[in-house]
Unconditional design. Structure first.
Length: 382
């Protein structure tokens, strides 16, 4: 990592991934702001105390924090200046700094060891020899099978893939993809479900009938067919996958919010607000939405794991993210061929399974405890 001068840093910001870095900064600040506000009032502190009294929930929370930090660290990236033979920063004829072709994220720079410790091809975990054998000639001129020594023996926790990349590094790079799929898909689907569910439940009549028809129609078509058709037309990318999963994944939450709104609008405090002459918009934002928002939070947390698993399934079917994108689904897709060879290479499959389980299981455990913390009835039962 190079120490940049003020001029170098400003030019680096101007020409190197400003939008991606800005989005990552906004996400980090939003998470920090939400965490700060959640402990400001007594209600929020009571919820966090309830969560941290449960050991599994507390452990799950810290595991999720690790995944989020890794994902954010992998989102901030920039290109370093190109150095000449003397170690000085290279410039063109106009005096502008020349940058290297590839950009490195914070995660890439932290994991320089496992990122650059490449081998020729497959290797087993902690092995000192190549996984496959090559046909070489010995001193007598005879052709024999020989296992070459690795460039970095004993340095690969999960082995290496077909081109010699460290599998652990690929798994870490897949965290960002999983978080983007779960996070941005949720950001697309929740507003649709919240708006349509509240409108259908509160106003009733023809808006209710129309919205029920829409989510029943969308929900009746298998998601795999919709995703496959859209990805084959628009191309495989993270953005397209998030978009199609978001615009088709709001139906179950919308149905839930509609039913909860139907129940909430008949409660005494809502009827009292109507009797006092409060407008519909005020009632919706003051009395309805705040009292159903816990369902949105719980559903989004529990649905996050389903989105991560859905990406793995779609990428395995080659209709997910692009083949050049680091993702656990692409690792499983590659393992499909590796399990059919002899000897079997299981590094990619094992790595993807461990990291998917390490993300999905804590999300479900934390979401289950969060549901209990937000629901007084469940807290009373436990």
């Amino acid at each position: 990592m190079f120490l940049l001068t003020a001029k170098t840093w400003s030019e680096s910001i101007q020409y190197n991934y400003p939008l991606q870095n800005a989005i990552a900064a906004v996400v980090f600040l939003a998470i920090s702001y939400f965490a700060y506000n959640s402990v400001k009032d007594e209600r929020g502190r009571d919820i966090w105390r309830y969560i941290f009294r449960r050991k599994l929930a507390a452990i799950s929370f810290f595991i999720l924090c690790f995944f989020v930090l890794v994902g954010i660290a992998d989102s901030f990236k920039w290109r370093d200046p190109l150095l000449d033979d003397t170690g000085k920063v290279s410039t063109d004829q106009r005096g502008k700094i020349i940058y290297q072709n590839s950009a490195l994220s914070i995660l890439d720079r932290v994991c320089t060891g496992i990122r650059t410790n490449n081998e020729k091809t497959y290797s087993a975990p902690f092995s000192d020899h190549q996984f496959t054998k090559d046909l070489v000639q010995n001193r007598d001129g005879e052709s024999v099978w020989h296992q070459e020594k690795l460039n970095y023996p004993g340095k690969h926790l999960l082995g290496t893939d077909v081109v010699g990349r460290d599998v652990l590094y690929i798994c870490l790079k897949g965290i960002r993809t999983g978080l983007i799929i779960g996070g941005f898909t949720t950001m697309i689907s929740i507003p649709i479900a919240l708006v349509l569910g509240v409108i259908a439940g509160y106003f009733g009549r023809w808006p209710d009938v129309s919205i029920q028809f829409v989510y029943s129609t969308v929900g009746s078509v298998p998601f795999i067919l919709i995703a496959a058709a859209y990805i084959l037309i628009q191309g495989a990318s993270i953005f397209n996958l998030c978009l199609i999963m978001g615009i088709t994944g709001w139906t179950s939450l919308c149905r839930l919010l509609r039913g909860e709104t139907l129940k909430t609008r008949e409660l005494d405090y809502v009827q009292g607000a109507i009797a006092l002459g409060s407008g519909r918009i005020r009632i919706l934002f003051r009395h309805i939405v705040p009292n159903i928002f816990h369902l949105v939070l719980i559903t989004s947390v529990l649905g996050f794991s389903h989105l991560v698993l859905a990406e793995a399934v779609l990428s395995y079917l080659k209709i997910g993210v692009g083949q050049s994108t680091y993702s656990w689904g692409n690792m499983i897709n590659q393992a499909n061929l590796e399990l059919a060879r002899e000897p079997i290479v299981w590094g990619n499959l094992l790595g993807a399974f461990i990291f998917m389980m390490a993300l999905v299981l804590p999300v479900n455990l934390f979401g289950d405890t969060l549901r209990d913390a937000l629901d007084p009835k469940m807290r009373g039962q436990k």
